[in-house]
Design a protein around this ligand. Structure first.
Ligand SMILES: [Fe+2]
Length: 131
């Protein structure tokens, strides 16, 4: 599975799109590290991913709150779900208890979540707050 940016992911909110490009790049680096079974790179990319996701979700949540966005709470729950997944991943990495198969499963979950979430949930923010 190749992870890369494509314009189907554009939401129309400039700042968010720029952040999404970076987020997709971080997910792509993690995917690459898992594919190469490079444990050090996996640890590094997960670390980057955690920091960047927290920062990015915060920015998106601020936009939603400021605009009284109707689906804020359920949207935020999706963000929390993702952060919890990344937390579980980090915890298992620290305890060195993940098999390659489990890492690949986690890779697919994070990739699919990110692409679907951007295409459906994040695009809706821009549609709603600009109308
Ligand atoms: Fe979002």
């Amino acid at each position: 599975m190749k992870v890369e940016w494509n314009d189907e992911l554009l939401t129309g909110l400039g700042m968010i799109d720029d952040q999404h490009k970076k987020l997709v790049a971080r997910i792509a680096s993690f995917t690459e590290a898992v594919n190469q079974q490079d444990f050090k790179a996996i640890e590094e990319t997960v670390n980057y991913l955690i920091g960047y996701s927290i920062q990015h979700f915060g920015a998106e949540e601020l936009i939603m709150i400021r605009n009284g966005y109707d689906e804020f709470k359920s949207h935020r729950e999706e963000h929390s779900w993702f952060i919890n997944k990344v937390y579980d991943l980090q915890k298992s990495l620290l305890q060195k208890e993940l098999s390659q198969e489990q890492l690949e499963e986690m890779r697919d979950v994070l990739v699919n979540w990110t692409l679907q979430h951007i295409k459906i949930r994040d695009k809706r923010i821009s549609e709603k707050i600009s109308s």
